[in-house]
Design a protein around this ligand. Structure first.
Ligand code: NAD
Length: 473
């Protein structure tokens, strides 16, 4: 049979979630994937990095165990074994998705799919020389690493992207990471914990520029003290082999007396990702926004019965956003009442540095910018300053007994941003292990517009680090 209710292009978190949901609802679904199921997240993103980072953390903990009364001598690691374990974890998860789609009777085709045309509201897709037809189309083609137009970057064997770094069989002797965003800082953590000298070059005045600045400062101070060379407000002018020519603003270079060139065995470039639009050329008139597919609140594009979910929509490039978008889109396609929506204001995010950073909702800076714009200069002055519109509560993580027991020498921070008048929770920002595991509780509060008083009525188990969310109220 080559006629389907839904054809999905791309088998990452968006694609396979949509396929499962629509198949479970009894619809005929076909999913095209040119590589392995699971997409970037499972194969060359979240899961492999977290597997390697866990290995690095085990090594780091073993070599820093003395403060807990444990001495381990001659601790070594085997990077090849870490890589092998990573591959096994990925393989098992990919096999799990395959089995689930199989159980749901979803057809999976391995190959590059190209949209041909639409005839009488039926979309025709070509893959491996076969033509398929579908009433609805969902584009979940994801994103790829962006290669900035820096002279000397292209076809340079010393230059890696995150996929190259994950595939490497050995560790580099030294590494320069261009881009101090999420990918850059996670790889900086991995290499640093495994003893590789690391330099991070970030164009903005701070690393992780979209996160709460106080939280980021704690990481920055810790990483610099630990020996990671982090250069901010610094751009790469050109690359020659494994040497980078830097361009720092004149003032900063005088102040910091930074060198104008840097060399390392490898240069990892992680300066963002771009939507994958190949194979979609026949979608005449498909509306784009900043190089990604423009979608509405139900992930509908401007073309009839064409949906797009995940990184290709360029909204928030996170796997959990992709899968939620897929749920919402399929719900809309199946006209499931009540129609669901995505709470973009309550998307949690985690950076797997050590310590971890986890956050949800608005940062203090975003709240300040919002009120400054809303109230204008006169309104702000009348109120006695922008601080009159919001409230910030902060606590070091050491207020949690469990944190104290398990994080010797660390202070961490939990920061809560409230609306001053309504006392609703606008954002929560944490640094300290394992904040990734309890940020979802804060997401509930932001998503449901809880007030501080309502959140305080939630009972948190003792002793857990999550209690900080109660203490801070
Ligand atoms: P990013 O946007 O997070 O960071 C890129 C950084 O590079 C920015 O800080 C930017 O200022 C800097 N930059 C840009 N051009 C530069 C230049 N020429 N020189 C120096 N610095 C430059 O992008 P990323 O780290 O590549 O991650 C890509 C996407 O993948 C992001 O959307 C991210 O959220 C997602 N991701 C998420 C996780 C996670 O959830 N833990 C992990 C990895 C990736």
């Amino acid at each position: 049979m080559n006629n389907y209710f839904l054809a999905i292009i791309g088998g990452g978190p968006a694609g396979y979630t949509a396929a499962e949901k629509a198949s479970k609802a009894g619809k005929d679904v076909i999913l095209f994937e040119q590589n392995a199921l699971g997409g970037t997240c499972l194969n060359v993103g979240c899961i492999p990095t977290k597997s390697l980072l866990y290995g690095a953390k085990q090594y780091h903990n073993a070599t820093h165990a003395q403060k807990y009364g444990v001495t381990a001598e001659n601790v070594t690691f085997d990077f090849a074994a870490m890589q092998k374990r990573k591959t096994i974890v990925v393989r098992k998860l990919v096999a799990g998705i395959k089995a689930r789609l199989n159980n749901d009777h979803c057809t999976v085709v391995n190959g590059f799919a190209r949209i041909l045309d639409s005839i009488r509201q039926v979309w025709r897709i070509e893959c491996n020389g076969e033509t398929y037809e579908a009433e609805n189309l969902m584009i979940c083609t994801g994103s790829t690493n962006f290669v900035p137009p820096i002279p000397g970057i292209k076809d340079n064997p010393a230059v890696w992207d995150s996929t190259d770094a994950l595939a490497a069989t050995g560790l580099p002797k030294s590494i320069i990471i261009v881009g101090g965003g999420v990918i850059g800082m996670e790889f900086a953590t991995l290499y640093h914990e495994l003893g590789v000298p690391v330099t991070v070059i970030e164009a903005m005045p701070t690393i992780l520029p979209n996160l709460d600045s106080e939280v980021v400062q704690i990481l920055l101070d810790k990483y610099r003290k630990a020996g990671i060379n982090i250069l901010t407000s610094t751009k790469v002018e050109s690359i020659d082999g494994n040497t980078i020519k830097l361009s720092t603003s004149e003032l900063l270079s005088t102040l910091n007396s930074q060198p104008s060139t840097l060399s390392a065995e490898r240069i990892l470039v992680s300066v963002g990702r771009r939507a994958n639009l190949q194979g979609l050329e026949a979608l005449d008139g498909l509306e784009l926004e900043c190089g990604a597919i423009k979608t509405d609140e139900f992930c509908r594009t401007n073309l009839p019965n064409v949906y797009a979910c995940g990184d290709v929509t360029g909204k928030i490039m996170l796997a959990h956003v992709a899968s939620r978008q897929a749920e919402v889109a399929v719900g809309r396609m199946l006209k499931q009442i009540p129609l669901q929506r995505i709470a973009y204001n309550a998307i949690p995010s985690v950076v797997y540095t050590n310590p971890e950073i986890a956050s949800v909702g608005l940062t203090e800076q975003q709240v300040r910018d919002f009120y400054t714009e809303m109230e204008g200069e006169a309104g702000i002055e009348k109120a006695g300053g922008v601080e009159a519109f919001y409230e910030v509560r902060k606590l070091p993580m050491t207020f949690s007994g469990r944190f104290m027991a398990e994080n010797d020498g660390e202070t961490g921070l939990c920061k809560l941003v409230l609306d001053a008048k309504k006392q609703t929770v606008l954002g929560v920002h944490c640094i300290g292990n394992p904040c990734s595991e309890f940020i979802a509780a804060a997401s509930f509060a932001v998503r449901n517009g809880y007030t501080a008083a309502e959140m305080q009525q939630v009972v948190f188990p003792h002793p857990t680090v999550s209690e900080i969310l109660h203490e801070i109220l």
